[in-house]
Design a binder for this molecule. Structure first.
Ligand code: SF4
Length: 366
């Protein structure tokens, strides 16, 4: 819990959900498994939820650290409307404390000055329509901690015919999990490792709630699911752990859930591991495919083989990528292999988008 009650600028104070009062007067947040118990004025570990005037509030509702048009492949989502742009934004804070965080400036920010862009859910949906982008992504920091804002935005987007995507670590309690993912059209969930030790020591969390989230999304919602594992040399990249992680996905979720292995870069808070060699990503991909997964990708590197989607039935290349750029797209208008007719798992429109690899900042608010 954070005792600091004095953010840099005035914040929004939106009523928070998922909490209850304890007998000793504190409020317990029931949104994520951190179960923060807060005295009046105190903030949770995520920094953005606060006990104020006897109720829980979300201090970042309607405020963003900035909007960008990104390629959907950057989320990463390889089986969700390839080649299209996605209006992406985040807020501040995070409910995990990953020492190796690759987004440290945003996710660990306690400086609300970063939240320059004010935008209501309706304004975000309207902007997506104006910009003619088919989807909005809650990303850069974890949308679980701004769930009320993300869900209201997803609702406004749904009414406007815009899809919603969550990029998350999936660290959320069962009740909010149901409501949150019911409103998402796609999610990329970080599975940071496959040991409790890693989650406890390097992330300040636990593995099981994340596995529960993956199973929930895949089995109980219409939300399209892809998974990302950031490989950190010496910490989560052993053959054994990769085989266990991929084996769990194949067994519990099935072979058609895409898995992305991405490369770690040393961050100022965590210099104990070198950059991930491309050979590690290729090795992990091989192991996961041997475990039975059909769609295993390498990320943050130029690797055409590791960026290619092959037909699981006839093995013809269907979508060839280089980093975020589509090089070849051979799916039929109904999303099937043109050679053998196999229907590819995912959500595909009649054709690919042509947004390319660019990143385009967008200013929404005042
Ligand atoms: S969302 Fe999680 S980290 Fe934030 S206050 Fe609630 S229990 Fe704590």
């Amino acid at each position: 819990m954070n005792p600091d009650h004095t953010p840099a600028v005035a914040e929004s104070a939106h009523p928070g959900r998922w909490w209850h009062a304890l007998e000793d007067g504190r409020l317990q947040c029931d949104l994520c498994p951190r179960d923060c118990r807060l005295h009046e004025g105190q903030r949770g570990a995520c920094f953005v939820r606060q006990a104020r005037d006897g109720a829980m509030i979300l201090t970042t509702y309607g405020r963003s650290s900035g909007f960008c048009l990104d390629p959907v492949e950057k989320k990463p989502l390889n089986h969700f409307h390839p080649g299209t742009p996605i209006l992406s934004f985040g807020t501040a804070g995070c409910n995990l404390a990953c020492k190796f965080c690759q987004n440290w400036d945003i996710s660990k920010s306690r400086d609300m000055d970063r939240l320059m862009d004010a935008a209501s859910p309706a304004a975000i949906a309207a902007a997506a329509r104006r910009l003619e982008v088919p989807a909005v992504a809650f990303t850069y920091n974890d949308p679980v901690i701004f769930a009320e804002y993300a869900m209201d935005t997803a609702l406004a987007c749904r009414e406007a015919g815009i899809r919603s995507v969550a990029v998350t670590a999936g660290y959320i309690h069962a009740e909010p999990r149901k409501e949150f993912f019911a409103l998402m059209d796609a999610a990329n969930v970080d599975l940071k490792a496959f040991t409790e030790d890693f989650y406890a020591k390097l992330c300040g969390g636990h593995l099981q709630p994340v596995l529960d989230t993956l199973a929930h999304i895949h089995h109980l919602t219409d939300c399209w699911l892809e998974i990302t594992t950031l490989l950190i040399p010496g910490h989560n990249d052993s053959d054994r752990e990769i085989a266990q992680l991929a084996g769990w996905i194949e067994r519990e979720l099935g072979p058609e859930v895409p898995l992305h292995f991405s490369a770690y870069h040393p961050d100022w808070k965590f210099l104990e591991a070198p950059e991930t060699p491309p050979a590690t990503l290729s090795r992990a991909r091989r192991i996961a495919r041997d475990a039975g997964l059909h769609f295993v990708y390498t990320g943050n590197v130029h690797d055409t083989e590791g960026g290619t989607t092959d037909c699981p039935r006839c093995h013809a290349p269907l979508i060839v990528r280089d980093w975020y750029t589509l090089k070849q797209y051979r799916l039929t208008a109904s999303g099937a292999c043109p050679d053998c007719g196999h229907q590819l798992a995912g959500r595909f429109g009649p054709g690919p988008g042509d947004f390319g690899a660019r990143r385009q900042p967008v200013r929404l608010g005042t």
